[in-house]
Design a binder for this molecule. Sequence first.
Ligand SMILES: C[S@@+](CC[C@H](N)C(=O)[O-])C[C@H]1O[C@@H](n2cnc3c(N)ncnc32)[C@H](O)[C@@H]1O
Length: 265
Amino acid sequence: MYRDVKLWLQRAIECRNPLILAQAFNYDLNRLAMLQDCVALPSRNSKKLLMEIEEDTDFIRDVQRKLSRYTQYSPRAVDFMLFGHSGSVFFNEVTLYVIVRSFKPKIMVETGGTPGKSTAFILRAMERNQCGHLYTIDLPPGKVNNTQLNTIESYHEFMPAGALSGWAVPEYLHERHTQLIGTSREHLPSLLEQLRDIDMFLHDSDHSYENMTWEFETAYSALGREGLLLSDDILANDAFSDFCTSKGLAFRNVYNLGAARSNTC
Ligand SMILES: C[S@@+](CC[C@H](N)C(=O)[O-])C[C@H]1O[C@@H](n2cnc3c(N)ncnc32)[C@H](O)[C@@H]1O
């Protein structure tokens, strides 16, 4: 309780807009509801895990330093706060961290891995879980062009010369990580054939309706009965909701992050 008050006081001081603050507060509440529905995590436990990662100072500083190295990003107290249309630096990543910490996937696949924020937070959760391996399919930075990036976050547009895919991921987290460089069409089918079953899939690559639908269909067949399907940027189009409806899956979302788990969300 004391921590909540301190946190929101800090955010209020930096943000200074009561409307934005109220919106962000609402997104925080939505997130607790999503975590309860999708990974059966009571609010109290969600809050503990949120605090665990937001106060993971060394890790957060490493990711922030990596982001700052190639971009104009500089850390702010509101980095963990979501307010509509303005994006957020770490809101979805922190949510992913909590999901992975509580769901404890053994095998997870994500598409779209640059700059590497989602990868970093997922790997940090797996490291803490002492369990899990993440496969990331991503284009090499040189191949990214702005039309593929449905986002206003400037660091996605700065594709640093010479930087590698997932350049924001701290080196010490690579132990539980395998990168596949190329399109999801090139790599996803063969990867899933090799892995057979996966526990969690996250889409965050090319957000066209066709590609999202194709990735969901392809990954769904490899997700176990209790597997979790996650997608970033679900507000880009109706692909996620259409897919869930077509499979009879209930789903939850907080702004642009969607989650569906065989009828439990
Ligand atoms: C929104 S960014 C991913 C952000 C990343 N998840 C993070 O949290 O830092 C989208 C990324 O998808 C990758 N991408 C675009 N089209 C792709 C495709 N067809 N297959 C795989 N990756 C793709 C690009 O490398 C681009 O950086």
